[in-house]
Design a binder for this molecule. Structure first.
Ligand SMILES: Nc1ncnc2c1ncn2[C@@H]1O[C@H](COP(=O)(O)OP(=O)(O)OP(=O)(O)O)[C@@H](O)[C@H]1O
Ligand SMILES: [Mg+2]
Length: 343
């Protein structure tokens, strides 16, 4: 990590109508580091990153790049300065090929008969293949992006960022819809970019991921910076306390007066009986999903999340017969989810 930051947000404030989304927040990014930005839903994380990426304008405060004050009116201007924000809501052109998406806005052109400009398709494929190769993404660049899975689409976006020689790469909740092995691939890619001197911002709710890959951590709550420091200076409990403003109470209440049916799930923290609904609440990253997916002792029954866009998930083989587990929803905002008995 170098002494002077690549970019810094200084005392940034932003209001949306009655909501003070950011209140004098400062944040900086150095070359070759991962700076995690954490906070509960609505804390202001995406807003801060959108201001750094030229999507929104701050009401007050300053953005500095290489020490100089800048004002980006559009994302394109931030891109030119090497600041690439991969948003929480991904924008990609499904009908276009991987190559076209990777090189969106900077397709190589050649002159036909020395005069007529046309897309230099072989050069486009060559450049795109090289960029996806840097991410160990094994896809044919002629494939329409609409045929790829979510994780691969995300890598295409990141390859696009690489093609623009990103100096700063902001990943806003990048693992929300990824499965374990896809997360590992993303982490490898993050390590590669770090070693190449890219400064990364990692916006996430998932504290175990943050603990694993962040060099520094900044915590926002209700638009204010409430904590900042090096990884290792915070325990997960402290991060949760800063994020929520409350001490974590691991209070578990097993209510109801009826006799429980046959036990279906016997986890040391959660038990599920036939005919029973068990509520399980926790911040994303607090371990609720892991607890459900790793509890291999459920031989019958089904548990469901309260996901609005849940999809069936077969996991890595830990799901037993008759057991159905829905992955966390993308853009999850609900911290509670319910388990429900089925068959
Ligand atoms: N375009 C907008 N118009 C009005 N209010 C907005 C807008 N964007 C964000 N907000 C509000 O500003 C606050 C901060 O939102 P922001 O999206 O930055 O939070 P976040 O920390 O990224 O949350 P999440 O974890 O849910 O992604 C929230 O109260 C949100 O409702
Ligand atoms: Mg957000």
């Amino acid at each position: 990590m170098t002494d002077s930051p690549l970019a810094a947000a200084v005392d940034i404030s932003k209001r949306f109508f009655a909501t003070q989304a950011l209140d004098a927040v400062s944040f900086d990014i150095h070359a070759g580091e991962v700076h995690a930005l954490i906070g509960e839903n609505g804390a202001g994380k995406s807003t801060l990153m959108k201001i750094m990426g030229g999507v929104y304008q701050a009401d007050s405060g300053e953005i500095r790049v290489d020490g100089a004050s800048v004002r980006y009116a559009t994302p394109a201007q931030a891109l030119d300065a090497g600041i690439v924000v991969i948003p929480q809501e991904m924008r990609i052109v499904p009908a276009q090929t991987v190559a076209e998406n990777v090189l969106l806005g900077q397709v190589p052109v050649r002159k036909r008969f020395g005069i007529l400009p046309e897309v230099d398709a072989p050069e486009m494929r060559r450049q795109a293949t090289e960029l996806v190769g840097r991410l160990n993404l094994d896809v044919d660049v002629n494939t329409p992006v609409g045929r790829l899975g979510y994780a691969e689409r995300q890598l295409v976006m990141i390859a696009r960022a690489l093609g623009r020689n990103a100096r700063i790469l902001v990943l806003d909740e990048p693992t929300a819809s990824l499965e374990t092995r896809e997360v590992e691939r993303l982490f490898e890619m993050i390590e590669t970019l770090k070693s190449e001197g890219v400064g990364l911002v990692y916006v996430s709710h998932r504290l175990d991921e943050v603990e694993r890959i962040a060099d520094r951590i900044t915590v926002l709550r209700d638009g204010r910076k409430v904590g900042a420091g090096l990884r290792g200076e915070f325990t997960q409990q402290e991060m949760i306390r800063l994020m929520t403003g409350r001490d974590l109470e691991q209070d578990y209440h097993h209510g109801g007066t009826r006799d429980p049916g046959k036990p279906l799930l016997d986890h040391e923290d959660v038990k599920l009986h036939e005919g029973e609904v068990v509520g399980l609440a926790g911040l994303l990253g607090s371990g609720t999903t892991e607890m459900l997916s790793q509890s291999g002792r459920c031989d019958r029954g089904r548990h469901r999340t309260g996901a609005r866009r849940a999809r069936a998930w077969s996991g890595d083989g830990s799901d037993g017969p008759g057991k159905h587990h829905s992955a966390e929803p993308r853009q999850a905002e609900d911290v509670g989810r319910a388990q429900q008995k089925g068959n």
